[in-house]
Structure formats: structure tokens, C-alpha cells
Write a protein that binds this ligand. Structure first.
Ligand code: IFM
Length: 446
């Protein structure tokens, strides 16, 4: 049979994504380092510790990116290293990030730098961090310092990673896995998201003032929400509300400059400044969630969420594998008429028995979305290498490469070769599918 090929656009970015605290090692000056010390906060009592040792030698993993034929990488800078005390900026930290960015560029890998990915300097945490609107000028000052120091080496900036996850995991969910660990605070959750969006908007403007040609966006985590019981009117209603609070409210603020029905609850600041503050939009997509009506859940608008009963789950029930949801989310983002990056997509899968099909199925959906002329410019797989998965510690293995955190030894999983073969030819072909996921051939290339 002749080979059938789904080509991706010329100059498409094939990358991986990481975050500072999850890979750098020895980050001791942020709120996570404190949080990790309390028994019960992290699965198995794990700590980030040396992580993937990137502070000393990220370059060895940059070489691995080259081996995988990647041309992009999304990494984050650690605020608590760059501004360890309020108003004091550490040149040595900036120098290390300069080396990293140069290291990527010399290897032909375009860096995308995230400016906030879950971690706060301890001094900021002590001031209430994102609960306090005073964070906005503080973040802006930090961003100005970073772009002045690194702007010659980076054009693509991601201001904030997943405001909704940061807020929900820190302030809403009962089985809270994230600091400050204050579940059940719906109004505070909304306030934190709003402050993050206001800070994003201030950062957007600051970045452009310093670097007019900067391309600035934000990584929005979207889940596919569906009512648990398709014929249950109240499930539909709470599903809409949950989707609005988690997915759509942030998009409305960015597109229209208004908080909307739910995100606006108790808002003191206007959302007008947030409007139009994107040069691109990033999507972190992982899974589908079901919402249902539960009269006991007053604090979450009478909605509760679970995974689809009987759904195809990844390791440790991290989430349901649902590639079509990627298309649905991209469709919503396409309304911005802006370039879109899939800034994260992946799953925990230590033995790599699900990841090859996960990658192929999601990339097939991505290719289909491109055929609709959605302006998708790149895909960043989460992640290059197993890393410290926050409250889940080291047990969830998201890497194309397995890491032994004790010896720092890396071993490529089969998915690494699959992803390499796709990136190398900038296409998903029937030959690749036949080699790595033959079971998908009849459905993808009938
Ligand atoms: O590891 C995280 C990342 O920091 C943010 N997005 C989801 C990933 C996997 O859970």
C-alpha cells in the first residue's frame, strides 16, 4: 500500500515543555520548597530535590531534543532565583538563563519562555501572592527585568501558565495538592484568576514596551466538560457553569475585556485592561471531565465533577484520554483569530503502553484542526523527561525519556522515537502509524 501522509505546515514547531521547579533542581526559595516539607502534601513524601539537574546541566537534555529533531522548547524561569529578595535581582541567575537560551538557540531550538509557572518567591507568598492585587505591579517589575536581560535571546513569551489550575488546586478542590492548600474558597479562587489575568495584561504591555516585536501569549488549561447524564437538565446547567468558570471566563476576559457571569463575582477591578492582550493563545489540553448536579456542592454552584465512568484512563487516574476534546477546545480558541500553540499535551505512562497511541491520536486531531484553517503553529509535548509532578511527586512519569532521579540516568521510551520520526518529516504518515501503533491504522488510514 502506498504511504499516506498528513503533512504539517512549513515551519511548524515541534517541541517539548518543562517548568523550572519541575526540572531545575535545588529550588529552595519558593513556596513549593516550603510546601514539600510538610508530610502529607506530596505523594510518598517526595520532594523536587535535584529534579532533572537542569540548573547544572540542562544542556545534556537540549542535546536529546536535537536527537529527537525538535525545533522548539517551552521552559520557564524561576522568579525566586531571579528576584530572591523583593527588589533585588540576581545577575548570576540571569546569566544561567542566558546560557540556557543560548544553548537552545545554538542547537536550532526556538525557546518559548514562561514567566510564571506555579512557583512564587517566599517573600511574595508572605504577602498573599496572587490573592493580593498588589502582585500585579510586582510581577510587572519582574517581567521588565527579565525581558531587558533575556529579550535578545527570546521572542516568544508565555506570561502565566494555567491561572485556572493554579487557583483551583490551591483554593478550591478538597484533595488540594497545591499550596497554599486552602480548599473550599470559591470566591478566592475567582479573585486569584482575576489577579493573574490583570498581571498577564500588565506583563503583555511591559514586554511590548521593552521589546516591540515580542510575541506574547498565555497558556490556558482547558478541559472538555460534558454533562454526566446527557438527559438531565440540571447536569447540563451545572456543566455550563463549570465550563464558564474554568474555561470560558478566562477567554471572555481576554477577548472582550469583561469578567462575565461567574468570574466577575465580587470583582473590584475592571477587566477592560485584559482585552486584546494576546499575540497568540496557548492551549494545555489533557482530558475530559463530567459535571453533574449535586445540591450539597453550594460552594461550586451546585456542580460536582468526576471522570467519565468507564472512560479510558491514564495511569493513577490522572485523566480520561479523549483526543476529540482537543479539537473542541481548538475550535473555541480559533475564534480569537490568533496563532495557536498547543503549549502542553501528554500523560503519565511509566511503561509507555498508552503514550504512542495518545500522541498519534492527538496529533491526528491537531492535523484535522489545521485543515479547518485554525492557525496552529506548534505542539509542545509534556514532557521531554520525567519530572517532579507537583503534589503527585515522582510517581507520575510524563517523559518521552524515563528519568531515574537517584542516578540521573535517562532512558528513551519508545514514544521518544515515535515523536522524533514525526518531527523529522513534519508529518504523520501511515508508515509511522504502522510501525508504532498498528492498531490505529484501520481507523486513521483506512
Ligand atoms: O506538570 C504539569 C504542568 O506543570 C502544568 N500542566 C499539567 C502538567 C501535568 O500535570
Amino acid at each position: 500500500m502506498p504511504e499516506a501522509i498528513h503533512h504539517f505546515p512549513k515551519d511548524f514547531k515541534w517541541g517539548t515543555a518543562t517548568a523550572a521547579h519541575q526540572v531545575e533542581g535545588n529550588n529552595t526559595n519558593n513556596q513549593w520548597a516550603v510546601w514539600e516539607q510538610t508530610p502529607g502534601n506530596i505523594h510518598g513524601g517526595d520532594r523536587a530535590g535535584l529534579a532533572c539537574d537542569w540548573w547544572r546541566n540542562a544542556e545534556a537534555d537540549f542535546d536529546r531534543m536535537v536527537e529527537l529533531s525538535l525545533n522548539a522548547h517551552r521552559l520557564s524561569v524561576e522568579w525566586s532565583r531571579i528576584e530572591p529578595r523583593e527588589g533585588y535581582f540576581d545577575d548570576a541567575a540571569i546569566d544561567r538563563y542566558r546560557q540556557m537560551l543560548l544553548g537552545l538557540r545554538r542547537r536550532g531550538i526556538e525557546p518559548m519562555v514562561t514567566l510564571h509557572h506555579f512557583t512564587n518567591p517566599i517573600w511574595l507568598e508572605e504577602q498573599g501572592a496572587w490573592e493580593n492585587v498588589q502582585v500585579v505591579p510586582k510581577f510587572e517589575r519582574f517581567v521588565i527585568h527579565v525581558v531587558r536581560s533575556l529579550g535578545d535571546l527570546c521572542d516568544v513569551w508565555c506570561t502565566i501558565n494555567e491561572p485556572n489550575i493554579y487557583a483551583v488546586m490551591g483554593y478550591l478542590t478538597d484533595d488540594s495538592h497545591m499550596p497554599p492548600g486552602r480548599p473550599g474558597n470559591f470566591d478566592l479562587t475567582l479573585r486569584v484568576i482575576r489577579n493573574m489575568l490583570l498581571a498577564h495584561a500588565a506583563a503583555y504591555r511591559a514586554l511590548h514596551n521593552v521589546q516591540p516585536l515580542a510575541r506574547v501569549g498565555l497558556a490556558h488549561h482547558m478541559r472538555e466538560f460534558q454533562p454526566l447524564r446527557p438527559n438531565h437538565v440540571l447536569d447540563h446547567l451545572v456543566n455550563r457553569l463549570q465550563d464558564n468558570a474554568f474555561n470560558q471566563g478566562i477567554l471572555d476576559a481576554l477577548m472582550h475585556g469583561r469578567w462575565g457571569l461567574i468570574l466577575g463575582r465580587g470583582a473590584e477591578q475592571s477587566a477592560r485592561a485584559v482585552r486584546g492582550t494576546l499575540d497568540w493563545i496557548g492551549l494545555n489540553y489533557y482530558s475530559r471531565t463530567r459535571a453533574y448536579f449535586d445540591p450539597r456542592q453550594r460552594s461550586t454552584l451546585f456542580g460536582a465533577i468526576i471522570d467519565t465512568p468507564g472512560g479510558e484512563m491514564s495511569d493513577y487516574d490522572y485523566g480520561e484520554i479523549y483526543p476529540d476534546g482537543l479539537l473542541h477546545c481548538l475550535r473555541r480558541l480559533a475564534r480569537f483569530k490568533l496563532p495557536i500553540y498547543v503549549t502542553e499535551n501528554g500523560l503519565p505512562d511509566e511503561d509507555d503502553d498508552q503514550r504512542p497511541a495518545f500522541i498519534v491520536r492527538h496529533l491526528r486531531v491537531l492535523w484535522a484542526a489545521i485543515q479547518f484553517n485554525y492557525k496552529i503553529q506548534g505542539y509542545y509535548h509534556w514532557s521531554l523527561i520525567d519530572n517532579f509532578e507537583w503534589g503527585q511527586g515522582w510517581r507520575m512519569k510524563f517523559g518521552l525519556y524515563a528519568l531515574n532521579p537517584h542516578t540521573q540516568e535517562r532512558t528513551p521510551r519508545r514514544s521518544a522515537f515515535l515523536y522524533r520520526d514525526i518531527a523529522k518529516v513534519n508529518a504523520l504518515s501511515s508508515d509511522i502509524v504502522r510501525e508504532y501503533t498498528p492498531e490505529l491504522l484501520p481507523t486513521l488510514f483506512p
